[in-house]
Ligand binder design. Structure first.
Ligand code: PFF
Length: 447
């Protein structure tokens, strides 16, 4: 078997992980979740969950990846016994499903970049324009273009493909978003928008916490790329001398900062424009925001820059999901990287076609894929990982986290006990709530 690949530099690993974390989750999903679940109240839960659930679970993935130097399926086969040896498959399946619809949404983002360049936002109505974007052959085509870009990067491998591309993409995303946020701050609706976004209403938190909590947890996992083995895979290309916790703090910090900044872009623009058509849910940035762009000065160009930024962010995430499934074929079946990428890319494209072609106004297939993968599989993956390191392979986790730190002190035990009780309990509750929610929405769709 060929020598396994590795990152060329520390920055390469951090940027790749940040690139994975920062994506549609931050710019497409986060603002509509904030909108749907009470503005700043959602933000409060989200931040707490990032720190106390997301970060500890990220450390679990890092530890397992670096300890085993393998893809998620192989890693769990190496260190787990009985059922534990099989749980890597949960990640692989989640990756497959997520990338298939992620790419479809990214394709719509590409279409909206072009619409902006043509100065055509909301031509014929923002809602109608979105409906025309999301179904039929154009949507299948842009899905194909996006997957092709993912294939092209991942085919070049860790250093020449992923590492090189994220070194260009992540700084670009940061610079563009900060620029947009500064501009948005000069708009007339900015003050009102900040008030909505930044001052949590205790009443909303108290009365709606049982709805906000599971949604915020699913969002925290999605945005940090947790629960599907991306961080296991990326850490498997890492040297032993690195301080995992330190890298993790940088990664989580940057991801959170970028999601927060996306809100600073979206809400002032929305509050400034006089909106006639607004949409909650997946259509939020497409319908509401593009209508807003059509109402403000230089909106076409601004929108094109915004959507192009989102497209870059989506690409740097999508390559990480692809790497999870590709690394499995390379490690376990010794398949040539280019062959693996081509075959898996085609399979993922096909799996996404129902979502891309779907012409229903409620985006039924998107709701089904997102519900299954994001609300159930990711949370399940995270729960299994927390159980495994928290209760079964504690020593392995501690030993690995200690490398590159020298002396973990009380932090090691603090980490294990956070996983053992609060993280597990919380994820159980969230999984239960999400499962019943997804079941009900499926009954609504198919029943
Ligand atoms: N973190 C990415 C985002 O926020 O868009 C999405 C994602 C990537 C989710 C990788 C899950 C994953 F494994």
């Amino acid at each position: 078997m060929a020598q396994r690949e590795s990152w060329a530099t520390r920055a390469g690993f951090i940027l790749a992980a940040v690139g994975s974390a920062v994506g549609l989750g931050n710019v497409w999903r986060f603002p509509y979740q904030v909108g749907e679940y009470g503005g700043a109240a959602f933000l409060v839960f989200y931040l707490l969950l990032i720190a106390f659930v997301g970060f500890p679970v990220m450390m679990v993935e890092f530890a397992i990846g670096r300890y085993t130097d393998r893809n998620p399926v192989g890693a769990m086969q190496q260190i787990g016994r009985g059922v534990w040896s099989k749980i890597g498959w949960v990640f692989l399946v989640a990756g497959f499903v997520i990338l298939s619809y992620y790419s479809v949404v990214a394709g719509w983002i590409l279409q909206y970049t072009v619409i902006g360049l043509q100065g055509n936002y909301a031509a014929g109505g923002a809602g109608a324009q979105f409906a025309a974007t999301t179904g039929g052959l154009t949507s299948v085509l842009t899905h194909a273009i996006f997957i092709a870009a993912v294939i092209a990067i991942v085919a070049f491998g860790i250093q020449d493909g992923i590492e090189l591309s994220v070194k260009l993409m992540v700084p670009a995303i940061l610079a563009l978003l900060v620029g947009l946020a500064v501009y948005a701050g000069t708009l007339s609706g900015a003050g009102e928008a900040y008030a909505y976004y930044l001052s949590p209403d205790p009443g909303t938190i108290v009365s709606n916490w049982s709805e906000i909590l599971p949604a915020a947890a699913a969002q925290a996992f999605f945005t940090l790329s947790l629960g599907m083995g991306v961080m296991i895979t990326y850490a498997s290309y890492l040297g032993e001398d690195r301080n995992l916790a330190k890298d993790g703090v940088i990664i989580v910090g940057l991801d959170t900062l970028i999601a927060f900044t996306a809100g600073l872009v979206a809400f002032p623009i929305l509050f400034t424009a006089d909106l006639t058509e607004t949409t909650d849910g997946p259509g939020f940035i497409f319908v509401s925001l593009s209508e807003a762009f059509s109402n403000i000065p230089l909106g076409g160009i601004l929108g094109a820059v915004f959507f192009a930024t989102v497209a870059i962010a989506a690409l740097s995430s999508a390559i990480s999901i692809m790497e999870v499934v590709v690394s499995y074929l390379i490690d376990e079946h010794d398949v040539d990287r280019k062959v693996a990428v081509g075959a898996l890319g085609t399979a993922i494209f096909l799996l996404g076609v129902p979502v891309a072609y779907d012409q229903s106004s409620s985006l039924v297939w998107l709701v089904v894929y997102d519900g299954l993968a994001n609300q159930i599989l990711l949370i399940l993956g995270g729960l299994l990982l927390a159980l495994f390191i928290g209760w079964v392979a504690t020593d392995l986790g501690l030993e690995e986290l200690d490398k590159g730190v020298q002396d973990l002190g009380v932090w090691g035990q603090a980490w294990i006990w956070t996983l053992r009780i609060p993280v597990i309990l919380l994820l159980l509750v969230v999984l239960w709530q999400n499962a019943t929610g997804v079941y009900e929405s499926f009954v609504g769709i198919f029943g």
